[in-house]
Design a protein around this ligand. Structure first.
Ligand code: SAM
Length: 177
């Protein structure tokens, strides 16, 4: 299997990501930018004591770097069992309390309003590659459900027009509630 998907839509499939991380093994793959590039915006919108849901964490080093500078309430989720198990092994000894869970971001077990921030780097883009946008809409709705009033969804995205349209659409539906 090549690391590149056969079609753009494959980026949204759980099977693609499981194979991607099996193939990639323990080599980190940092989408879009790392902590050094993003720290300004991250510190502005995410506070050290916030409960933070990291959506589609992959094997990015970002959560580890946030943990190391003081963010101790990070819940990292990903659809891939392989990457979650790898990330738990990588951090078990060095970073107590930094947890990685295999959870589908469209359907999480977390309580309503239990997070002050959600951090997404590349995951909305990947999920939005499914043509109808159903997966991305479900994920955004789920993130909205678990965020508290005043909670922040911090999304690092290529900001393609279709993705922005989708995010605005879901946001305006939740605001009408
Ligand atoms: C483009 S990668 C970004 C990974 C990481 N955030 C980074 O910046 O390197 C997208 C990630 O979303 C995960 N993902 C895709 N669909 C998901 C879903 N339904 N629920 C949770 N994670 C998902 C993939 O396994 C992959 O790790």
């Amino acid at each position: 299997m090549s690391l590149l998907p056969r079609s753009a839509e494959e980026f949204s499939s759980a099977e693609y990501w499981e194979k991607f991380f099996k193939k990639r093994a323990d080599k980190a793959f940092e989408w879009y930018g790392d902590y050094n590039r993003l720290c300004g915006v991250l510190h502005k919108y995410i506070k050290v004591h916030d409960q933070v849901l990291v959506v589609g964490c992959g094997n990015s080093e970002l959560s580890e770097q946030l943990y190391d500078v003081g963010y101790k309430h990070l819940t990292n989720i990903d659809i891939s069992e392989t990457v979650v198990s790898h990330m738990n092994q990588r951090n078990a000894e060095r970073r107590p309390g930094l947890t990685f869970q295999q959870v589908d971001a469209t359907q999480t077990p977390y309580e309503d309003a239990s997070y002050q921030a959600a951090l997404d780097k590349g995951t909305l883009d990947a999920m939005a590659s499914e043509e109808e946008g159903i997966l991305a809409r479900s994920m955004l709705t789920e993130v909205g459900r678990v965020l508290s009033v005043g909670g922040r969804y911090v999304c690092v995205t290529l900001a393609q027009e279709s993705v922005i349209r989708l995010a605005v659409e879901v946001d305006s539906v939740s605001c009408q509630k």
